[in-house]
Design a protein around this ligand. Structure first.
Ligand code: NIG
Ligand code: FE
Length: 421
């Protein structure tokens, strides 16, 4: 199966050097070809170039069954990579959102047994099949907005059985969907009510029962902890990350959303692939992340939805760090998995240039989920996860014209996918 896409107005985010991530001032650049073509063969990007060197007859001769797409007036770019989501969940939480409008904080709602614990109760009750069906719908929805790869966390189970149920659903999604999916075990997302006051016993459960079982069934690619005030301490986090390491699970953690929690430092100490949220980051945290392999990941949707302070994204890039931006799609703090909205927020709320925003949501999020050797740029040999946009004047228009879907056609692993919901 081959596809040739011709007359592309701008072919964006080309990388011939196969970089695994881009940092600091390099984030200001994206390479592009005006008036371009691209050839997809099987699941991969085979070749691309300028229309001035395009020989349609040659390509047709070598590929008689090829599909031809005319992208006149349209852009072609790598599909978004969303490296942080909780899109497996049983029910929405719009009623709690009203409490937030009335002024209750995220921590106050959590303390009353709302928030994550509210979703956990429903996750324990729902059947695996129902959870799978509703999650698959959301997966198809994010694909329609341009996402071609996604990391999905557990963490609404909070019991052994229920965490396994979530992870099995993610495993089934991997098999059912063409999207590239990585799963992250987040048993330490919140402390269940029955463990309040004896938090270390819940950490015992995560370390001694959950992690071995998750590893035995090969259900997770990564391990996560919500390391923050009112949730898990640095000591808890160390125990969990150490145990995960013993089973080959690399850390990708929630850190510094609610306070200077020490989460960034402990993440870097355990060579986390990413530390995520980062509203409370100062010079010390920035220094810790420089010269590490850990990529800072900002989640604009959560800060926007909760009305929190914004992470110092600009400062992190200006200090020379790489930066990723993901959706945090979840029912409590970010009920949207639309990465086009994240692209706009990157520019509007965090003062990233459009080029920095594109790097943050494609190549750098691919790094943050360990797939940047296969995804995140237009590079020969990478997987053909591609967005063909609607007719738009410039690529800068993508973050500028916010709130509408600019995706016309999605190609995932070399196939055009149906993006109607
Ligand atoms: O990433 N910060 C912790 N966890 C989620 C929120 C999940 C929820 O409220 O359901 C987050 O924002
Ligand atoms: Fe999250």
């Amino acid at each position: 199966m081959s596809i040739i896409i011709k007359n592309i107005k701008q072919l964006l985010q080309i990388d011939n050097e196969s970089r695994l991530l881009v940092k600091g001032s390099d984030m200001k650049h994206i390479d592009l070809i005006e008036d371009a073509w691209l050839l997809v063969q099987g699941e991969k990007i085979e070749d691309f170039g300028s229309m001035s060197d395009f020989n349609e007859n040659d390509i047709l001769k070598n590929n008689p069954d090829i599909d031809i797409i005319d992208a006149k007036g349209k852009m072609l770019m790598p599909a978004f990579v969303d490296s942080h989501t909780h899109l497996v969940y049983p029910a929405s939480r719009e009623i709690e959102y009203i409490d937030k409008i009335k002024g209750l904080s995220y921590e106050e709602i959590a303390k009353r047994g709302g928030g994550i614990l509210n979703t956990a109760k429903k996750t324990q009750q729902i059947s695996e099949d129902e959870l799978f069906e509703s999650s698959l719908k959301r997966l198809n929805e994010i694909a329609s907005y341009g996402t071609g790869a996604v990391e999905i966390k557990s963490g609404y189970g909070l019991t052994l059985e229920s965490e396994l149920k979530m992870l099995r659903v993610i495993k089934k999604l991997k098999a059912a969907s063409p999207l590239t999916i990585k799963s992250n075990f987040l048993g330490a997302h919140s402390i269940p009510l029955e463990y309040r006051g004896r938090q270390s016993e819940y950490v015992d459960l995560v370390v001694n029962e959950m992690i071995p079982k998750v590893a035995e069934e090969d259900l997770a690619d990564f391990i996560d902890v919500f390391c923050d005030i009112g949730f898990f301490t640095v000591e808890d986090t160390e125990r969990i990350l150490k145990a995960g390491q013993n089973y080959g699970l690399r850390a990708k953690i929630h850190a510094n959303e609610l306070d200077y929690s020490g989460g960034v430092q402990v993440g870097v100490k355990y060579n986390a692939l990413s530390v995520d949220h980062l509203e409370f980051v100062g010079d010390e945290e920035i220094k810790t992340m420089l010269n590490s392999e850990t990529i800072p990941t900002v989640l604009p949707g959560a800060a926007f939805f909760l009305g929190m302070k914004y992470a110092p994204a600009r400062e992190m890039i200006d200090a020379g760090l790489p930066l990723a931006m993901a959706s945090d799609f979840n029912p409590g703090s970010s009920p949207s998995g639309n990465m086009q909205l994240i692209l706009s927020m990157a520019c509007i709320l965090y003062k990233l240039l459009p080029e920095e925003a594109i790097n943050s949501t494609t190549l750098n999020t691919a790094y943050a989920m360990g797939v940047s050797d296969k995804l995140g740029t237009i590079t020969k040999g990478k997987l053909a996860n591609l967005i063909i946009t609607k007719e738009i004047p410039t690529y800068e228009y993508l973050p500028y014209y916010y709130g509408t879907n600019k995706v016309d056609t999605m190609i995932i692993k070399g196939r055009v996918v149906d993006i109607k919901n």
